[in-house]
Ligand binder design. Sequence first.
Ligand code: C2E
Ligand code: MG
Ligand code: MG
Ligand code: MG
Length: 288
Amino acid sequence: QAKLAGKNRYYLFDSEQARNMREHHQSVEHINRALLAKEFTLYYQPKVNMRTGAIIGVEALIRWQHPEQGLLSPNRFLPFIEEHRLAVEVGDWVIDSALQQILNWQQQNIALGISINIAARHLRQVDFAAKLAAHLANYPSIAPNMLELEVLETSALGDLALVSKTLETCRDLGVGISLDDFGTGYSSLTYLKRLPTHTIKVDQSFIRDILEDPEDLAILDGVLSLAKAFGRQVIAEGVETLAHGDTLLRMGCHLAQGYGIARPMPATEVPTWLANWQPPARWLETRQ
Ligand code: C2E
Ligand code: MG
Ligand code: MG
Ligand code: MG
């Protein structure tokens, strides 16, 4: 048994551990190969203003089109490369693919902004902002505000100065920034104050039970006042039903994303979804 200094955890180095480590290395290899073989793809999930019906953008969510296992969701492979250099390479692929997609839609007269999820390992690269600027420079017809970064508060853990500086540079480029999964990390007021974010995304775990759980309602109410004081927008994720939307609207939270609006879809399906999107009449009636 080996105790990891400073952590209240014990690791048993046995054959299972050895096997896990082998599998881990194997996964990194596989993921690297998948990147080269262009097996990754981005799905897109709309984000809307429930009060006006406006579509405010789409979030890009990575998928692995695995030749044998079919479509794999990110939690099946991203955790393996979290601490690995490959997280940066996959992240760069995501940035370029999203910009390419914005351009592609632009050419079809569809002006649609994309938000992308940024891994901590990627965001903490000292040249992250410079590389983002270089990516944008490859697409001169794309206004930087068409791109938004979704970052986790925990990305700044232990290096708030570096991460807030990086995000300030990104913000100054004109790129949008949102704080993802808000409420699940430390929800530190210092982070909220120091990280230059435009939007707070309330984690879906607080939205799911909002119809029956008064504590979740109280949390949402608190986040809304906090956001107002800090001059940030709030978007709810995990809006699974129209009833969730009703409650959110009543609370004054207008921006939403979730299966109740649309599931993540391949890029090719987005234009049809946009053309057919009708905000539920009951939401528009809740205008206040
Ligand atoms: P996230 O950024 O918080 O994304 C929201 C997740 O919730 C997505 O899962 C989405 O499909 C799912 N979701 C959306 N609406 C609903 C709903 O109404 N109900 C429920 N139960 N779930 C909903 P997904 O696509 O499996 O992604 C999981 C996580 O993987 C993301 O959480 C994000 O942290 C990470 N991720 C996804 N794509 C990327 C990427 O390109 N780069 C990085 N670094 N991380 C990514
Ligand atoms: Mg996200
Ligand atoms: Mg989230
Ligand atoms: Mg999440």
